[in-house]
Design a binder for this molecule. Structure first.
Ligand code: L34
Length: 286
């Protein structure tokens, strides 16, 4: 079987067109969604992602601000900025790009963001709400994966979903969202016994490990849906995912490419959350 490609770029473009219309309507009623993205230091990958976020906001008509702090900025500097953004009525969403420099306590920073502006869904309040099935904001990467499955008409009810990776930003929230759609969910990690065997039982396989081309064809069931959350840059500059695309695409039923898969969807759901936040702040949201 040759897998059908789930084109994240195309699905993103479609959702962004819808959002563009909605933002134009909102602006007509005096509601101007606004996002602040905070970048500490100059991690080259982060610089690219933050730039892509600003550009996407611009395309859709969302006000966006980039706040750049030097690598040497202190935790207090960053907390002061967050406090200012929490109080700023023009800002509906605050995103502090991760990873942060080692001398800054990430947990303390994420907890300082007002849960009402936490469009990443990383604040413990939103993490807890997600757990009980009532998220204000679902984390953008797993939320984007759910939208890709939805747009591809993939039914999850009763399916075996296997997630490789247990991070707070992808693996764990991904499990909650899949569970909510009635999948039977397994989370695997580096200590999992017979990882390949568990993966072979997956109808839906989500790779979020952070190791280039880790998932090989012999770990994939014929016809499975394979979602690649990884994004790894090889020494020659080429971007590859956590899935060995060329071999797995021969076996899977559906597959997401890297680039052009989950990455663009992450950004699209960030804009989506920002618009929801603006509507809520204006008393129009859910
Ligand atoms: N706070 N930090 C916070 N929120 C997030 O949601 C993120 N993430 C991850 C890293 N740190 C974060 C992102 O934004 C990963 N991530 C992200 C965003 C965009 C893209 C990839 C990862 C993206 O645009 N990917 C393109 C290729 C970009 C390139 O050329 O390098 C793609 O097509 O996959």
């Amino acid at each position: 079987m040759t897998a059908q490609i789930i084109d994240g770029k195309a699905i993103s473009a479609k959702i962004k067109e819808e959002m563009k219309r909605e933002v134009a309507e909102l602006r007509g009623t005096g509601i101007f969604p606004g996002l602040a993205v905070v970048l500490v230091g100059e991690n080259p990958a982060s610089v690219v992602y933050v730039r892509n976020k600003g550009k996407a906001c611009h395309d859709v008509g969302i006000h966006s601000e980039e706040h750049k702090l030097p690598e040497s900025a202190s935790e207090e500097d960053l907390l002061r900025l967050i406090d200012k953004l929490n109080k700023d009525d023009k800002i509906n969403g605050i995103l502090v790009q991760l990873p942060l420099p080692k001398h800054i306590n990430e947990k303390r920073i994420l907890e300082a963001i007002s849960p009402d502006k936490d469009v990443d869904g990383f604040h413990p309040y939103n993490v807890g709400k997600l757990m009980i099935g009532e998220p204000i904001f679902a984390p953008c990467t797993p939320y984007g994966v759910m939208k890709m499955l939805e747009y591809s008409n993939i039914d999850l009810t009763g399916k075996n979903a296997v997630i490789v990776g247990r991070s707070n930003i992808v693996g764990k929230p991904m499990a909650m969202l899949l569970l909510q759609k009635n999948a039977t969910v397994t989370i695997c990690h580096s200590k999992t016994k017979d990882l390949a065997g568990v993966c072979r039982g997956a109808d839906i396989l989500v790779a979020a490990i952070g190791k280039d081309r880790f998932v090989k064809a012999d770990m994939v069931k014929d016809g499975a849906v394979v979602i690649d959350v990884g994004i790894n840059r090889l020494p020659d500059g080429k971007l590859v995912g956590d899935v060995d695309y060329d071999s797995v695409a021969q076996k899977a039923g559906y597959i997401t490419p890297v680039p052009g898969g989950v990455g663009p969807m992450t950004i699209t759901m960030l804009l989506y959350n920002t618009i929801q936040s603006a509507k809520k702040a204006a008393g129009k949201g859910k």
